[in-house]
Design a protein around this ligand. Structure first.
Ligand SMILES: NC(=O)c1ccc[n+]([C@@H]2O[C@H](COP(=O)([O-])OP(=O)(O)OC[C@H]3O[C@@H](n4cnc5c(N)ncnc54)[C@H](O)[C@@H]3O)[C@@H](O)[C@H]2O)c1
Length: 445
């Protein structure tokens, strides 16, 4: 059993805290959001993440997981102190480190014995040094000499699979030059390594860059495939057949080569931008990363372009049914979601939207408030009075719909499949026109 403190109870902090408690550790999570802490203490989970509620409730009830807004007792609690606060993009695209810096200073103000400070937030190369400097400055101001180590331990969990990823990580990256700190982390993560060794120890800067490289690579795969889809559309090929054709090459693989309406979420967009910023700050022009971002920005406008072409530019006064609002399935996260680009484009030309999402309706209502051109309703109710159906997120519930009901409810029998989840022939057999992403058959000539 180890005593662990975690700053930040968002997707990363809460899931990490719950999973470490599940392994028998005593975890105290700190957040400045008092309302969130109150809810967590009552066993309410502020985000939708499969499996999270039960693991939080079980460990809270078992006395291994608790929540507080008070930093001082939390710092006194942990032999390991995790930083898992947000690093949102600043206006220039760089990562905004103010929350990380604040936590570092707070740690320096209260630390009273050796601890390992573990940075789990996604942060630019060099941040471990900045955290170390901030803590040391506070200790010096207090006139005390207390040893501490700062470790970079980036997080690779995926929203929607976060608990599973955290309990069964495919790698645990530990960036540190301190043997003492590495030993503490190895002990903490030992239960996660039972099956085989997943720990990769490296220096701090490499660990920090590893996280950005991983997300930039994944974003690159998506933009690459979207570019191929756009070429397929022009030349009359079907990107889904191309996908199967290239995925069979083990050097390429089937993972993450799905064309679609673009990537979103809280990580890929901001991390690609932040890495670009870092590269430029070090006099390197990241041409590939700029292209990845540009392709994605265009792809997020793709569904609107297809709708506009189908309706000959006459979208004003029309009602469009949207299935899927979250940036991907199994989450209620709407940050940078492609649905938001489409919603805003449709509203800008005077079209209304009836939308359904299994989890993200509340978040959508929170973001956009009540407006008469947005009706949030059930899956099939979204079709009522609508001119067309657009699939924006590939939730499982959308995979095998009642096409006959879709055809008979829509005013115009047309489906825009932004995630290529349907077989065009099956949709067309039901009497619906079909548009996918990069499917030669949907080529608009
Ligand atoms: N969301 C993901 O899928 C994911 C995956 C891997 C890495 N990351 C990275 O992890 C970090 C956290 O991401 P997230 O999605 O969990 O963020 P989030 O926005 O969901 O949560 C951040 C939390 O930190 C709290 N906070 C801010 N300042 C604080 C302070 N001084 N003391 C205590 N709490 C404070 C906020 O109130 C909030 O609850 C980011 O750097 C992100 O890039 C996220």
């Amino acid at each position: 059993m180890m005593r662990v403190t975690i700053f930040g109870t968002g997707y990363v902090g809460l899931v990490t805290g719950a999973c470490l408690a599940e392994m028998g550790n005593h975890v105290l999570c700190v957040d400045i959001d008092a309302a969130k802490v109150e809810r967590l203490k009552r066993g309410e989970i502020p985000i939708y993440e499969p499996g999270l509620e039960s693991i939080v409730q079980r460990n809270h009830a078992g006395g291994r997981l608790d929540f507080t807004t008070e930093a001082a007792p939390a710092i006194a609690h942990g032999e390991l102190i995790f930083i898992a606060v947000g690093t949102p993009p600043d206006e220039d695209g760089s990562a905004d480190l103010q929350y990380v810096q604040k936590v570092a200073s707070t740690i320096g103000r209260h630390l009273d014995r050796y601890a390992v400070v573990v940075n789990k937030s996604t942060v630019p190369v060099g941040t471990a040094d900045r955290v170390r400097t901030a803590i040391a400055a506070e200790l010096a101001a207090r006139g005390v000499a207390i040893e501490f180590d700062v470790v970079s331990n980036p997080e690779f969990l995926k929203e929607g699979d976060a608990v599973e990823d955290c309990l069964r990580p495919d790698r645990i990256v530990i960036g540190s030059s301190s043997e003492r700190a590495v030993a503490v982390l190895r002990k903490l993560y030992a239960p996660f390594n039972r099956n085989h060794e997943r720990t990769v120890v490296m220096d701090e800067r490499s660990a920090e860059l590893t996280k950005y490289a991983a997300n930039a690579m994944l974003a690159t795969k998506i933009s690459f495939m979207n570019e191929i889809a756009n070429i397929a559309e022009q030349v009359g090929a079907d990107v889904e057949q191309v996908r199967r054709g290239i995925g069979s090459d083990p050097r390429i693989g089937y993972h993450f080569i799905y064309p679609g309406a673009g990537y979103g979420g809280s990580c890929f967009p901001k991390d690609v931008k932040a890495l670009e910023y870092t590269a430029r700050a070090h006099a390197y022009e990241p041409r590939l990363l700029s292209a990845v971002e540009a392709v994605n920005a265009a792809q997020k406008r793709k569904l609107f372009a297809l709708l506009e072409r189908h309706f000959d530019g006459r979208l004003q006064g029309r009602t469009i049914a949207l299935w899927g609002l979250a940036f991907k399935p199994n989450t209620d996260d709407m940050r940078e979601a492609p649905s938001r680009t489409l919603l805003e484009q449709l509203w800008a030309v005077g079209a209304g939207v009836r939308a359904y999402d299994p989890e993200a309706a509340d978040e959508t209502a929170r973001i956009y408030g009540s407006r008469k051109d947005l009706v949030l309703c059930d899956q099939y109710a979204a079709l009522e009075g609508a001119d067309a159906l657009v699939i924006v997120t590939e939730w499982k519930a959308f995979r095998s719909p009642d096409f006959e009901r879709i055809r008979s409810t829509l005013k115009h029998a047309v489906v825009f499949d932004g995630r290529n989840i349907y077989e065009p022939k099956a949709v067309e057999a039901a009497g619906l026109a079909y548009y996918g992403i990069g499917r030669g058959r949907s080529i608009v000539q």
